[in-house]
Write a new protein. Structure first.
Length: 178
């Protein structure tokens, strides 16, 4: 398949995260507003252009007080840093459907390289629109402190309220343009 432009179907896509809470459970959330620029041969991502922009104020953990705290200067500082971005810089094919997508992740004033383990889930035709549609899933783990997200609190039984490692999970359904 030739290189094409693809747009994200946000109704069938998700960017989420999981972080250990109080050292005993996991807190999960999503970013409800994001967009991506993808120019790719979806069956071989090796020479693709992938750029993702996430609205930090769209963080959603299903807890209003926690979401407001995450939007504050203690974490994303959404007022001063309304966007976080990921720009792919290199893509290495590991197998038929698996890739290491290496790129620059920018959160607040910090940009660091991260590697996202991406799986090509397949390609299909949308029976409603006739669009060519492809699916991808991806996962990586970052240390939030590397990106200036350092707020924490001690818990009485030892340890901290929020772990340093954050698992980022991505599910994308993309539609071929033109």
């Amino acid at each position: 398949m030739a290189k094409s432009t693809w747009t994200v179907d946000t109704a069938h896509s998700e960017i989420g995260f999981v972080v250990k809470h109080m050292m005993i459970s996991k807190a999960k959330g999503t970013f409800d507003q994001f967009e991506a620029v993808i120019e790719a041969d979806v069956e071989d991502l090796s020479n693709s252009k992938i750029e993702v922009t996430i609205d930090t104020a769209s963080v959603n953990t299903r807890n209003d007080a926690r979401d407001e705290h995450l939007r504050s200067a203690d974490f994303f500082d959404a007022e001063n840093h309304p966007k976080m971005t990921f720009v792919a810089t290199d893509i290495k094919k590991k197998s038929d459907k698996n890739y290491d997508v290496i790129g620059d992740l920018s959160i607040k004033d910090t940009t660091k390289p991260v590697t996202v383990d991406v799986t090509f889930e397949g390609i299909s035709k949308d029976p409603m629109s006739g669009d060519t549609v492809a699916g991808f899933s991806g996962e990586t783990v970052i240390n939030r402190k590397d990106f200036g997200l350092t707020w924490n609190a001690a818990v009485e039984t030892g340890g901290v309220l929020v772990a340093e490692d954050v698992k980022i999970q991505v599910e994308l359904e993309v539609h071929k343009q033109g």
